[in-house]
Design a protein. Structure first.
Lengths: 158, 158
DNA sequence: GTGCGAATACTCGGATACCGCGTGTCCGAGTAAGTGAGG
DNA sequence: CCTCACTTACTCGGACACGCGGTATCCGAGTATTCGCAC
């Protein structure tokens, strides 16, 4: 799995905690988490293209949440970074070479292997879609009560 | 996702259909599905290492199922090919650079982001573990009634 | 005809190259803020 | 004091290299078969 997913979620969490109209810049995130700024910027651009963030150009610019954190799911993030293609791609080897099966195969039916893998991936996507940034935020606050103020302080929002 | 997973499942399915003590060789599988024989061999070796297949050396050798197809799950196959490591790896960026959070973080608790991703991946693994080769076999036979005899015929088992 | 032994051909298995994609970096276009002068 | 235009500095955004893991391949070790020969 692409490492940018983890970065993206943490960035979105920070933006959720620093609930403000004034945006946060790539440089600030990179400094906070000790990440390569340029590469992080690339990932954030993907979030903008996916409509999760909106970018503010110019001095004192940066990124803002494009919609409330409660309406951003993990599936949105993963899809934005990894792309919409499923992890398992069926190459239909069942009807290569010896194509005898295909003769009796009921048309319109999917390869059973592909169907099984898609069921599993659907379960994964369902779980991702059921978890929002806000949910993770609450869980983190439960684990570390002072984290909200700590993050706001780390970004200069006293 | 590694392409070998699809190949492995189809090979296991073929072995389940051709229910016989005499093994099937890499060359036969490669011919049936039009796959590169050497690379396919590499994947089958992984299945042997994982204990899903047992190899028979020598002339007329090949591979046999190491245990009944009903006791081989998709999770077994994926783990054998992809390895046991989870797809999402948490690099703990939450406490790099500004480590202020960690001061208040309740010790022994996992990063909330990691926890969320692990929940999703657990759902995926649960679905994979609930589906056996036999289950896929039955579904395929439902889609294509004559497939069992077709496969047996393709491998010379008349 | 039968038993034995060597040659054989076929198999798996690990060691070895190739290549695409994720990883990492850089520089330019664009814009808001800041600054100074002029009215 | 207010307005305005210019300079400035900082931001995002896309275009450009690097390295590793999946992809693909080849050749050697080992064994069951098979053929031939002796009995």
């Amino acid at each position: 799995m692409n490492q940018g997913v983890e970065w993206a979620v943490h960035v979105l969490l920070s933006l959720a905690w620093v609930d403000d109209d004034v945006p946060l810049s790539t440089a600030q995130f990179a400094r906070s988490y000790d990440l390569p700024p340029a590469y992080l910027s690339k990932q954030l651009q993907a979030l903008v293209r996916a409509g999760l963030l909106e970018s503010v150009p110019g001095a004192k610019g940066g990124f803002r949440l494009a919609r409330p954190a409660g309406q951003i799911t993990l599936l949105d993030v993963v899809t934005a970074i990894e792309g919409p293609e499923p992890a398992f791609v069926c190459t239909e080897i069942r009807q290569r070479g010896m194509g005898e099966h295909s003769a009796t195969t009921n048309p319109g039916t999917m390869c059973a292997v592909n169907a099984a893998m898609r069921r599993a991936e659907l379960a994964w996507r369902r779980s991702l879609a059921s978890q929002t940034i806000t949910g993770i935020r609450m869980e983190a606050e439960d684990h570390a009560p002072g984290i909200a103020d700590a993050v706001r302080g780390a970004y200069g929002r006293v």
